[in-house]
Design a protein around this ligand. Structure first.
Ligand code: GLA
Ligand code: ZN
Length: 680
């Protein structure tokens, strides 16, 4: 991992990157001057330029108009504002879209037309050529410009295309992957429903079929889709890297986009970056944001990442777009920094006068300087200046939770007892329980190095390779504590059931086997009998949605079903193996019981939160060699107290506290408690 290059950005900026997407092509020169004045006032040091500028930069095929971009980059730089310069491939202009084979085809065979964005076919040679050509032209022209601090390739790659060019590319990808038709037939299980292929030209991508689909074919198409877009990214990256080897490169990831395996993509960027839009109207959406932030940090093994987009207030793309309060905007921004972001950036700088997103909030709203949003944006930029030494500091996590895209594609593509199933929801239920314990957690895959952790939570790992199953077993044997939840270890990487059913790869680890799986009727809750000694047990406990019929081997039952077909049989089991422990949860537990079990797991594993705090105060510690920064974030609408365990200075207020001091955090307030690490 090239940390040197990733930290170039914040070293150049001398602190946390602050700014947003800037679209000067929508404004006149007088507004540019006003923009720069306001940027300076708000402490903006980085803006993302050019994301959707293709038609303004190349209005006709091969005819470039870089003059305005030269001008604005110079203007920004002469005011000390650096540029995250984008390649504009996300929105090909009409002249290119006039070649219809550059346009994306949807699953039903319909070719999309222009007027939106992201309408390109990732396999089109012409699209590939023209997007590379403009990337090269930008690289050539600006590679030595001192303003350019970061390259931003494309925007939120995320398209499935079903055109003929993608079809033949998919076939080539399969030929390379499987080598022979026999292998493909075997992996895709084509004896089911008479799908045996006799020649390669019979093999196609999964465009619309009459009824249900072949799940392995779908799984492979998802893998291919991630890869084919990655090729586009890598081609542009190589152009930029060759032209300007000292400038870090990113592409903005989008929270919960299903079509890209960001773990694989993260290997190819210099710094991971994320766009995050937690809905202020949805309770707990900041916990989902925390999950994304932990994921982004973990993709490159703890390397700080960039929050490249968030909203200053409301978005405009949902059904109901509730405004984010200035307090919540500040809280959410610090939450990202607490969890490893070295930037706070927004979409976008100035609210557009026209276009689809004209009512999307911005750093400078339509109402300008008189708005609460502007005042909050300006205050935050000024405040972030007190955290100049935070970039580069890291979070040490002893707990981890698994998130795996291959698994997501597989489990959501399979037909099984509960087809309303959402992998994201199951992972989030477990992450919420972990978040409430207050411990730092990374978000990993079972292919990562597990040795740094004491606790690993494995929610619903339906697709489990032998390699991952072995790694998990060794982790436990060596003293690790795991919690594995239902419908895990069910299929191999080809989506074939691992026999004997179910979960043979987990059998030794959990000390049990799963004889059968079944769904619980919608709305039904089966009472549970808890036989474990555990703190904070809820008064009553219930199982929902899913039931495993578990056969105990070396494990004991912690919780059993109180009624129904499986009455008396285990719902949650506990196994000791080697020096470690594995808890297996064979159902959806209610929040109270899952929380109590999670908290018991981290406690018995000896993992502690950085500071004990009330449940709705999030505390995260970033550390450098010389300093500790304890971020305390009060999510509550009421004041909350935390007792400091060492002397510290709140960087945001400049007030010094002694160890043992009770710090009162106002509603939604934040403290960044700095302590020197003596002798560290
Ligand atoms: C995405 C895009 C932006 C903008 C925002 C609006 O993240 O990258 O261009 O559309 O959403 O929230
Ligand atoms: Zn295509």
């Amino acid at each position: 991992m090239n940390d040197e290059l990733s930290s170039t950005l914040t070293r150049r900026l001398g602190g946390i990157a602050y700014g947003g997407d800037y679209n000067p092509e929508q404004w006149d020169r007088a507004t540019w001057v006003e923009d720069v004045r306001l940027m300076c006032e708000a402490g903006v040091n980085l803006v993302t330029v050019g994301v959707f500028s293709w038609s303004s930069l190349e209005p006709r095929d091969g005819h470039f108009t870089f003059g305005w971009l030269d001008e604005i980059i110079d203007l920004l730089w002469s005011n000390g504002i650096a540029v995250d310069l984008a390649t504009p491939n996300a929105a090909p202009p009409p002249w290119l879209a006039g070649h219809t084979d550059t346009l994306l085809v949807e699953r039903d065979g319909r070719r999309v037309s222009i007027g939106s964005r992201g309408h390109f076919c990732p396999s089109s040679e012409l699209y590939r050529d023209r997007s590379r050509r403009i990337a090269s032209a930008l690289a050539e022209r600006y590679r030595n410009h001192p303003a350019i601090a970061l390259w931003h390739i494309g925007n939120e790659y995320h398209a499935h295309c079903f055109c003929d060019t993608c079809d033949s590319r998919f076939r080539g990808w399969l030929q390379h992957r499987y080598g022979s038709l026999e292998e493909l037939n075997d992996r895709w299980g084509t004896t089911f429903w008479s799908q045996g292929y006799d020649a390669w030209d019979q093999v196609h991508l999964p465009s619309k079929v009459r009824g249900h689909v072949n799940p392995t074919r779908e799984l492979d198409f998802s893998r291919f889709t991630s890869e084919v877009q990655h090729e586009l990214f890598l081609a542009e990256r190589d152009i930029l890297r060759a032209a300007a080897p000292g400038i870090p490169i990113t592409t903005n990831f989008m929270a919960f986009f299903p079509l890209i395996d960001y773990r694989r993509w993260a290997e190819g960027v210099d710094v991971v970056s994320l766009d995050m839009y937690p809905d202020p109207a949805v309770p707990g959406s900041l916990i989902e944001a925390a999950f994304q932030y932990d994921l982004m940090r973990s993709l490159r093994h703890g390397q700080p990442w960039l929050l490249l987009e968030q909203a200053s207030s409301a978005v405009s793309q949902w059904q109901v777009n509730v405004a984010k309060s200035p307090e919540r905007m500040r809280l959410g921004s610090y939450q990202a920094v607490a969890r490893g972001a070295d930037s706070v950036m927004f979409f976008q700088w100035r609210a557009s006068r026209y276009g689809q997103e004209k009512f999307h909030s911005a750093m400078v709203p339509h109402g300008g300087e008189s708005t609460d949003t502007w005042r909050a944006v300006r205050a935050l930029g000024q405040e972030l200046d007190t955290l100049r030494d935070v970039p580069g500091s890291r979070i040490r996590a002893e707990a981890a939770i698994v998130w795996d895209w291959d698994n997501k594609w597989a489990v959501e593509g399979a037909a099984h007892p509960l087809n309303s199933f959402s992998y994201r929801d199951v992972v989030m239920e477990h992450y919420r329980a972990l978040w409430r314990t207050g411990v730092h957690a990374d978000v990993i895959s079972l292919d990562d190095d597990l040795s740094a952790y004491r606790v690993i939570v494995v929610p619903n790992q339906y697709l489990l390779s032998q390699h991952a199953a072995d790694a998990l077993r060794r982790f436990v044997e060596n003293g690790g504590h795991v919690l594995v939840s239902y419908f895990s270890g069910i299929v191999d990487e080809h989506d074939h059931v691992a026999l004997p059913g179910y979960a043979p790869g987990l059998r030794e680890t959990i000390g049990a086997h799963v004889r059968d799986i079944t769904a619980i009727r919608e709305g039904e809750a089966i009472p549970l009998v808890v036989s474990m000694e555990i703190a904070d047990l809820p008064g009553s406990a219930a199982a929902m949605r899913w039931q495993d019929d578990i056969g105990l081997e070396t494990a004991t039952a912690l919780v059993s079903y109180g009624s129904g077909r499986f009455a008396g049989r285990p719902a949650v089991t506990d196994n000791r193996l080697g020096a470690g422990r594995a808890i297996y949860v064979g159902t959806t537990l209610d929040e109270g019981l899952l929380g109590a079990i999670m908290s018991d797991l981290v406690k018995t594993a000896g993992v502690r939160p950085p500071l004990s705090a009330p449940a709705d105060v999030e505390v995260v510690e970033r550390r450098s060699e010389a300093a500790s920064y304890l971020f305390a974030l009060n999510h509550s609408d009421e004041a909350r107290n935390v007792v400091l365990e060492r002397e510290a200075i709140d960087r945001l207020t400049g007030v010094a506290y002694s160890s043992g001091h009770t710090l009162e955090l106002a509603p939604q307030d934040v403290a960044v408690l700095f302590s020197a690490r003596i002798g560290a």
